[in-house]
Structures are given as C-alpha cells and as structure tokens.
Design a protein around this ligand. Structure first.
Ligand SMILES: O=C(CO)[C@@H](O)[C@H](O)[C@H](O)[C@H](O)COP(=O)(O)O
Ligand SMILES: [Zn+2]
Length: 190
C-alpha cells in the first residue's frame, strides 16, 4: 500500500495533467487583470480558510514582489483585517464580511478575485454580487463544478477536482501564473 504522501502526490499529478485545458482562461484572465491595473484599478481578493490565505498571499505578490524587483501594484486581501471581519460578522452577518468591504473600498474599474473550492461560499457570492453592481470585474478561482460562483462571476477558472486540498494546490499555481501574466503584460517582468 502506498503511503499517504504517494497517494496525495499521484492525485496531485493527475490533476496537474488536466490543467493545460485551463491555459486560455488563465491567459485571458491575467490580461484582463493587467488591463484593470493599467487603468488605475486595484485587485481585491477574498476567500475562506485556505482561500483566505491564498488571498493574502497573492495580494502580497502585487504590493510586495513576485519574482523580480519592480514597482508595487495595487493588491488588497479582504480576508486580513480582523477588526473589519469581526465587526461586520458580529454586527451584520458572516455572509457580509467581504461584501461590505467591497462596497466600502471598491470602485468601478477594480477587479475582485473570488477564491472558493466549492464555488458556493455565501460570503464570497455576496462579495461578487456587490462588486458587479459597482462595476468591478469579477474572476472566480474555483473548483469542483464551479458552484454558483461560476455563473455569478464575469469569468471563471474552474479546477476540475472534487478534493479541496488538491484544488487549493492548483489555485496557487494558477494565482502565481496570473501574477506572471500581469507583470509580462505591464512590461515589468524582469
Ligand atoms: O484549507 C482548507 C482545506 O484545505 C479549509 O480551510 C477550507 O479552505 C475551508 O473549509 C473553507 O471554508 C472552504 O470554503 P470554499 O473553498 O468552499 O469556499
Ligand atoms: Zn488547506
């Protein structure tokens, strides 16, 4: 019997082998995100649990650095402000924790990257609804069948797996690639 690691690795490798099908969607999304930044917009990220971590990871690739030294880019994770999260969750509803931040901070011409392995997290769905009303372009970074977010977002990248951990592993590969496409499009790749 293979070890747990070898089984996970095999599952991961099988999923990786299916990801070339997402190439066009990833390239198109990266170019759109770059265009938003070039137009003066910012990119917001939201998600729960591991996807909250992905949100702050990817936002920091923009404001900090990805690979090479270059000017900072406008990235903002909506999963990191514990005061906003607890206030909104406590006084309104956990479903509103991202949506109210989008309503308060977002402007037309911004982008929202909604990260969810199920595609069905209610607070992420609410954030996307509020964003679209405000003229914010929305990208779903999703898994399984894409859930409700697949249709709710302007564009979606759906990782074809049923396993949350494997989907998350693909999400960070795709997120890093989006950062690379953004840098290349903006002419700031080193
Ligand atoms: O990281 C993991 C599992 O790997 C968990 O924290 C996971 O992100 C949480 O269960 C999330 O609440 C799942 O939400 P979602 O991906 O379905 O939107
Ligand atoms: Zn996890």
């Amino acid at each position: 019997m293979n070890s747990l690691f070898l089984r996970n690795l095999e599952e991961h490798q099988q999923l990786m082998a299916a990801l070339p099908a997402l190439d066009d969607a990833i390239g198109a999304a990266g170019r759109q995100l770059a265009a938003l930044l070039a137009g003066g917009g910012k990119l917001m990220f939201c998600g729960n649990g591991g996807s909250a971590a992905d949100s702050q990871h990817l936002a920091s690739e923009l404001t900090g650095r990805f690979i090479n030294d270059r000017r900072p880019l406008a990235g903002l994770a909506l999963s990191t402000d514990s005061s906003a999260l607890t206030c909104i969750g406590n006084d309104y509803s956990f479903d509103e924790v991202f949506a109210r931040q989008v309503a308060g901070l977002g402007r037309a011409g911004d982008g929202l990257i909604a990260i969810s392995t199920s595609g069905n997290s209610r607070n992420v769905l609410r954030a996307v609804a509020v964003a679209r009303e405000a003229g914010i372009w929305t990208l779903g970074l999703l898994g399984r069948d894409g859930g409700k977010l697949r249709e709710a977002c302007d564009a979606a990248i759906v990782v074809p797996s049923q396993v949350t951990a494997r989907i998350q592993e693909a999400h960070i590969l795709i997120g890093h690639t989006l950062c690379g496409v953004i840098e290349a499009e903006l002419g700031i790749a080193g």
